[in-house]
Design a protein around this ligand. Structure first.
Ligand SMILES: C[S@@+](CC[C@H](N)C(=O)[O-])C[C@H]1O[C@@H](n2cnc3c(N)ncnc32)[C@H](O)[C@@H]1O
Length: 295
């Protein structure tokens, strides 16, 4: 595959494999395809660039949002704009940023989780955005792999046979929610389409994009069972970034189709190792406006 890239391929060695436990976990989600493992590289990218403090940081496919939360918590941007199309995920972000986050934290702490109570709660029609947010967090923490897409369901064995309780840490989740209150003035959330925000800010030279779409561009289509919204015009992302005057980082699986897009739109990349489920090592590509920051 390496003959397909225009730029000398930068490999990141195994010593850069990140121990996820060492990263400050700020998101209340346990998100499928979440980027906690990439936090150190993103911090390095942001801090090494000349204008260390970017005005506007935009994450158009925000999901669990660990990258934007890290940027906002560390004051590395004046404002972070988070965009998500899935209304269930959106309910959580709206509650955290504009709603009654304290209610949500308290609801999580006081909920007695059993299969019966979870089924009962999830059968209710939510009467407020906060109630919908609670249902989303409950599903995210008790469904297999944190997956909310149709077809997902409760964890059967979970960790150590603990079933649905194995990822339900009420105190920890509530504390993360309350912690976000300290820096939510730097967060803005939009429920909508990533491509609209990309188009709106494409030529605003003062913003930085972090783009982590569902991985459905390659034949493997790994992201298609993870998210309700997984059909994405990947080529439009590459074309837009090629035309953009803003800084950006795109993340993708290391696949032939992605390398072809990089070639077609003259975008350089860094190849980074990561450990997936069952500790299997594989590689992802960080595709950026330039990769000088890496040296
Ligand atoms: C790979 S996940 C992002 C994970 C995130 N970086 C994290 O660390 O948790 C991609 C997200 O994009 C969302 N999505 C898919 N299509 C979208 C669109 N057109 N506009 C906005 N969000 C979209 C999916 O619902 C999913 O939450």
């Amino acid at each position: 595959m390496s003959q397909l890239n225009l730029y000398p391929e930068i490999q990141i060695n195994d010593e850069h494999l990140v121990n996820v436990a060492s990263v400050r976990q700020l998101s209340p989600f346990r998100y499928p395809g979440g980027k906690t493992w990439l936090v150190p590289q993103v911090l390095r990218w942001i801090q090494k660039r000349r204008d260390k403090n970017c005005k506007l940081f935009i994450e158009p496919f925000v999901g669990g949002g660990i990258i934007s939360l890290t940027i906002a918590a560390n004051g590395l941007a004046d404002k972070c704009i988070l965009v998500e199309k899935d209304d269930e995920i959106a309910a959580v972000w709206k509650t955290l940023i504009y709603g009654d986050a304290k209610w949500l934290a308290q609801r999580i702490k006081s909920f007695h989780l059993t299969i019966e109570s979870a089924n009962e709660l999830l059968a209710e029609t939510p009467k407020s955005i906060e109630e919908k947010a609670f249902q989303t967090i409950l599903k995210n923490r008790t469904f297999h792999g944190g997956i909310l897409a149709p077809g997902s369901g409760f964890l059967k064995n979970g960790e150590n046979g603990k079933g649905i309780l194995s990822r339900w840490y009420p105190e920890t989740i509530a504390n993360r929610i309350l912690n976000i209150l300290h820096f939510k003035h730097r967060l803005e959330f939009i429920e909508g389409d990533a491509f609209e925000i990309i188009r709106d800010y494409l030529n605003d030279g003062s913003c930085t994009f972090f783009i982590d779409p569902p991985y459905t561009a390659s034949k493997k289509k790994a992201g298609s069972r993870l998210y309700r919204f997984h059909e994405v015009d990947h080529e439009l992302i590459f074309r837009s970034m090629h035309e953009s005057s803003s800084a950006f980082m795109l993340t993708y699986d290391d696949a032939l189709e992605i390398r072809e897009f990089c070639n077609r739109y003259s975008l350089p990349f860094v190849r980074v190792p990561m450990k997936g489920t069952h500790h299997i090592k594989y590689y992802e590509l960080l595709i950026c406006d330039n990769i000088d920051w890496w040296n």
